[in-house]
Design a protein. Structure first.
Length: 236
């Protein structure tokens, strides 16, 4: 079992706290007229000020997708932020990747504008509410079923089945639902149909479903990091 040490946990908690705090603070910048480019600059400013020493995903501080790009999925080395201004009733997903002294943080959230004001998914409309309810259901499902001896492939099959049962599909360009944290960028273990590693073979991993209903313009993200403590899965 590759359990994180107490010292490593503290480092990971620090950088994950920076990721979460950034996703709260960036809300002040999400307004009509903002762009993916301007939001990316604001995310970098916030994380730099919070102590980030780098950005582990190809040096990209955040992947920000809005409007017609919500369903897009790509690797960080080809991501280019858009310059189309947000509309008064737009939606944005933001996935941040701060690093502090070699320790990775990773978190994503979805945001909704209605009449030019940032609102909850429930206030934005039924499609938005259903999408975020599905995200929450998937994270609850992970906590209910994950075991240290489960493989990444087995977890993928379980999450894939739950996504389908909820009426959504996975949009990730690699068809995965997450990856391990704190390793070589190019040697990540993915929650996909091929990875036979046990979940406890890595110190921690993400769940980041990027999902949408067929034929719908909206697509949703919510990402967090998890680890095992005494055989029980816990949120970092």
């Amino acid at each position: 079992m590759s359990a994180p040490s107490s010292q490593d946990l503290e480092h990971y908690r620090r950088v994950q706290a920076l990721a979460r705090e950034t996703l709260i603070a960036i809300r002040a910048s999400i307004r009509p007229g903002a762009t993916e480019t301007s939001l990316l600059a604001d995310c970098r400013r916030l994380m730099d000020a919070g102590g980030a020493t780098g950005y582990w995903w190809f040096d990209v501080p955040a992947v920000i997708l809005a409007g017609p790009r919500l369903r897009d999925s790509m690797e960080g080395d080809v991501y280019v932020p858009g310059t189309t201004p947000l509309a008064p009733d737009d939606m944005v997903t933001i996935d941040v990747a701060p690093e502090i002294d070699g320790y990775w943080g990773d978190a994503a959230r979805s945001y909704f504008l209605k009449g030019g004001v940032l609102v909850t998914a429930e206030e934005a409309g039924p499609q938005q509410a259903e999408g975020m309810a599905a995200e929450a259901a998937l994270h609850r499902h992970l906590l209910a079923i994950a075991r240290p001896d489960m493989t990444f492939r087995e977890l993928h099959a379980a999450i894939e089945a739950r996504v389908a049962a909820l009426g959504f599909r996975n949009l990730d360009f690699l068809a995965n639902f997450g990856h391990n944290i704190g390793a070589d960028l190019h040697a990540r273990a993915f929650i996909d149909a091929a990875c036979t590693l046990r979940l406890d073979a890595v110190p921690m991993f993400t769940l980041e479903p990027h999902i949408a209903r067929d034929g719908a313009a909206l697509a949703f993200k919510y990402e967090e990091v998890y680890y095992f403590e005494r055989g029980r899965l816990r949120l970092l």
